[in-house]
Design a protein around this ligand. Structure first.
Ligand code: IVH
Length: 673
């Protein structure tokens, strides 16, 4: 192939891959298999390595890999990014409608046409395309000047790097700014928080913070590892296109290949808007992203112009918020818990209160700064809310209801569990007792035995408590040396429960490598990272010997995690514990390379209960064969495994015409008749 042919081939591959990206990520309707897609990518990469002069910014190979920045640059918005006035009640929404009519000198019975849209709870960004190519993007910032997050935006798969030719004629506009909301799907939010907690890090308080924290990362690799998404909701400056209505502009950007929320609609008059608000408030519970209201915009752009802008928000738009999931209750006490990493976490114990259908009895206060900022005291009346539908948090204190003599909270100077000194690192206080601290030891054993780690059934919190307090378990390896006679001496243990536990411990000797790695509780190594390490290093011995360099060579491993892995295995005590575990006959199978599985590239989803496996076991089985188990239904799924009492996923699968198999067929497929 000569240079000219190479250039043409690169162009062709780019177009084809960008098209398939769009089908997969934006339309959720892939036209080729993942394997075919990977092959195209590899072809393109190979050509670009040989002919680097033809690498362009819109090449799909350029989404990731940019070097970390020292600081973000700034981008001045050519048109300010405005904010919205809020309404919280039907009356306020009606008042907005009346004001619009008054300003436009229309009669009160006339109906204004509104574009009604979900209000996504993420962070606003602006994308700039020149001649159809994504050239830069920024956060909203103060509305006038935002941060240049171009490299990070490039990693978001639903942001096209080049736009579709519009309508097949003129091509995309010469210049266009598109505005939208970047968000993190709830499922990913929960997963990231689980991993953060496993690492002993502070979880994100809500999906919006998680999205902002992920996008405003100086290292684009971290952003790339967070499955951010976007819904576009407007156009800023544009050259070479004009629209009559806002809705038309959304249709236009959708045709350019950008993602627009599917629930956007045109409402004839405020009553339809109110109806839409009610509908969306119900739908919101079922969505995989957070909404905090609906946005209504006068649809006619001519009318928008006449209405104009009031300092920082337009007179033609309104954010009509949903009722927040908040309640008030009282703080009964504040306890300080000690986690696996020794982090001290203040937790508020509350008078039980029902918030949006869930009873809340405690709320994490994260750390001392957080308690001080909110000034939460024992006896206070507080407002609690559920964010991202998971973590209850205290929003504010009703200080005028504060009982007299309520004292400010103080962090203990010594560990409440082992009396070791407490030291502060950044925002977090740590117990310096290490595994000598029974709380840390108990937490690490609990983690080791937990369902998603070694899954030692029957080793509950109370048992761990007892085993450590009685001195029978001083490290996790001791679990494998427990003797029946010793256990029988413990209070409340009978022959049967002892046998069950010993049996469960025995069964756990054959867990997968990734579970074992996860179970070790290395700082920074959650389930996802454990899987990557298992796949990459294949055995615990290889991982123990891995150098900083080798670890850093693995995509997705950052310097912090690499260092903590190396440190963990350098520590003599940890090596001894692993040796001791191995000596006890724990036999962690080595991992075969992913490609060898007979189900490589296939996607599975499980719904309903299976008889022969738990959900986790079934997922592991397919993963060990190279397939992927997913939890959200989509057209990309190859097999829907339906067990007893399969629910709405099964209905959806039928509608999508997916391949549905029962447990028998599933067993056949994985070779376990
Ligand atoms: S329109 C002048 N539409 O809400 C119009 N904003 O409080 C300005 N947002 O900064 C924005 N969904 O981050 C608009 N469908 C939507 C939206 C939306 C979420 C956010 C956006 C904006 C904030 C305004």
């Amino acid at each position: 192939m000569d240079e000219k042919e190479a250039k043409a081939e690169i162009e062709r591959l780019k177009k084809e891959i960008n098209y398939h990206n769009y089908r997969y990520y934006v339309l959720d309707s892939p036209a080729i298999t993942d394997a075919e897609y990977d092959r195209l990518m590899r072809q393109l990469e190979a050509l670009e390595v040989k002919y680097p002069q033809f690498i362009t910014p819109d090449s799909p190979t350029q989404r990731i890999g940019a070097a970390p920045l020292a600081a973000f640059g700034t981008i001045t918005h050519t048109m300010p990014m405005l904010s919205l006035n809020n309404a919280f009640t039907v009356e306020e929404a009606q008042e907005f409608d009346s004001r619009v009519k008054r300003t436009l000198k229309l009669s009160p019975d006339e109906k204004i046409e509104y574009a009604a849209e979900p209000k996504m709870d993420g962070l606003a960004v602006e994308l700039v395309y020149e001649d159809g190519i994504f050239i830069k993007g920024s956060t909203r910032g103060d509305g006038y000047v935002g941060e240049d997050v171009t490299q990070n935006l490039r990693t978001i798969k639903t942001i096209p790097l080049s736009l579709h030719p519009h309508g097949g004629k003129a091509g995309p506009p010469k210049y266009i700014e598109i505005r939208g909301e970047v968000f993190l799907p709830l499922e990913s939010f929960r997963k990231i928080n689980r991993e953060k907690e496993a690492k002993g890090e502070l979880p994100f308080a809500n999906p919006r913070n998680a999205a902002a924290g992920s996008l405003r990362q100086l290292n684009p690799k971290i952003t790339a590892s967070r499955p951010l998404d976007i819904f576009c909701y407007g156009v800023g400056t544009a050259e070479g296109v004009t629209f009559k209505t806002h809705y038309q502009s959304l249709q236009f950007i959708k045709d350019l290949g950008l993602k627009v929320n599917p629930f956007v609609k045109v409402a004839a008059g405020i009553d339809e808007v109110l109806e839409y608000h009610r509908e969306m408030e119900e739908k919101r519970e079922k969505l995989n992203y957070e909404l905090d209201g609906v946005v209504i915009k006068v649809n006619d752009l001519g009318l928008q112009n006449r209405l104009g802008v009031l300092t920082r928000s337009p007179r033609w738009a309104l954010a009509y918020k949903f009722a927040p999931k908040q309640e008030s209750t009282r703080v009964k006490n504040i306890f300080v818990g000690v986690g696996r990493t020794g982090a001290l976490t203040p937790v508020a114990f509350l008078e039980p209160v029902n918030v949006g259908g869930v009873t809340i009895e405690r709320a994490t206060l994260h750390n001392l700064d957080e308690v001080e900022r909110k000034d939460v005291r024992v006896g206070d009346s507080v407002i609690v809310q559920r964010a991202g539908d998971v973590i209850p948090e205290i929003v504010s204190v009703l200080t005028d209801k504060r009982p007299p003599h309520a004292k400010p909270f103080r962090m203990p100077e010594r560990c409440p569990e082992c009396d070791s000194a407490v030291e502060r690192i950044g925002a977090i206080h740590f117990c310096t007792g290490g595994l000598l601290c029974p709380a840390q030891l108990k937490e690490s054993i609990r983690h080791f035995a937990s369902k998603r780690a070694m899954d030692i059934e029957g080793l509950g919190e109370m048992h761990v408590e007892q085993l450590v307090n009685e001195g029978l378990v001083k490290d996790v390896a001791d679990l494998y040396y427990l003797k029946k006679d010793d256990l029988l001496t413990l209070a409340r243990w009978g022959e049967k429960s002892v046998d069950n536990l010993l049996n469960a411990i025995d069964v756990s000797k054959k867990r997968t490598l990734e579970r074992f790695i996860y179970a070790l509780g290395i700082n920074g190594v959650g389930e996802h990272m454990a899987r990557i390490l298992a796949e990459r290093f294949g055995s615990i011995d290889n991982l123990m010997q891995a150098s900083m360099e080798e670890l850093l060579n693995v995509y997705e491993i950052g310097p912090g995690t690499a260092e903590s892995i190396v440190d963990f295995f350098k520590e003599a005590h940890n090596r001894q514990v692993i040796e001791k575990i191995k000596k006890a006959g724990v036999n962690i199978p080595e991992k075969k390379a992913k490609e060898e599985g007979r189900l490589t590239g296939k996607k599975f989803i499980f719904t309903g209960a299976l008889e022969s496996f738990t959900r986790d076991e079934a997922q592991e089985l397919v993963e060990s064969e190279g397939a992927e188990a997913v939890s959200a239904i989509s057209r990309k799924i190859d097999y829907v495994v339906a067990g007893a009492e399969a629910g709405s996923k099964l209905d959806k699968a039928r509608k999508l015409g997916l391949k549905i198999i029962d447990e028998q067929e599933f067993k056949k497929l994985i070779g376990r008749p």
